[in-house]
Design a binder for this molecule. Sequence first.
Ligand SMILES: C[S@@+](CC[C@H](N)C(=O)[O-])C[C@H]1O[C@@H](n2cnc3c(N)ncnc32)[C@H](O)[C@@H]1O
Length: 250
Amino acid sequence: MDRKKVFDNGILCNGDALAVLRDLPDASVDAVLTDPPYSSGGLHAGARRVDPAQKYQQTGTKRVYPPMLGDCKDQRSFTMWATLWLSECWRLAKPGAPVLVFSDWRQLPAMTDAVQAAGFEWRGIVVWHKPSARPMLGWFRRDAEFVVHAVKTPAQAFSRRCFPGVFNHRVVAADKVHLTGKPLPLLVDLLGVVPEGGTVLDPFMGGGTTALACIETGRRFVGVELSADYAELASKRIRQAEISAPSNTL
Ligand SMILES: C[S@@+](CC[C@H](N)C(=O)[O-])C[C@H]1O[C@@H](n2cnc3c(N)ncnc32)[C@H](O)[C@@H]1O
């Protein structure tokens, strides 16, 4: 794909998040909603270098997805790298902008550190309960992922609704185009705290789920994705979503 694609509801750049974010203007987005590579799957660098298809899929899963990039950092470099791109997000965010960053249980402490080191005020943790998670014989089932919630101060509520702290959404294999793709209804729910009509930044767009949720809810998106395969896949899904939901075109 071209490095930058322009859609009716936003843009998607195929490139490295840090490099792309550095070129965007100050205070230009109303929220950040993103699902970065977790670099999870073990305590040491060796365990993290394992193919993400092995780390994040249940044994026996046959479906093959394009390779997921950037998922092999050790603990210290993961935290430093997250602080770098989150600092760019802080510069790009308007005052009051909510920030929502996915994490798993292993990387949660690193991500809450990075979010605060970047300048945001940490407000809490949202739980994504995944009833479809794999069972753990003799152990507690790891059936949750987490969303670190922070704001660029001063904090501001953009909705008069009260939102739950736990969302229950199953991963539907047939809907997935990305190895670690998130359910669209989950992202739609999370966008409830984002100003209506606002622009949402996702530096790790993957298969484009954040963009689809923006289109569905009448928000705009600015996305970045390093993998040309995933950027292409996301582009196709965005075009299809814009055809199906023309009334939301801003
Ligand atoms: C967890 S996935 C996002 C999945 C997405 N939420 C979805 O539902 O499809 C993270 C994505 O970040 C991309 N990525 C990794 N390193 C990157 C970087 N430095 N800049 C931009 N994208 C990157 C990976 O290729 C991967 O597609």
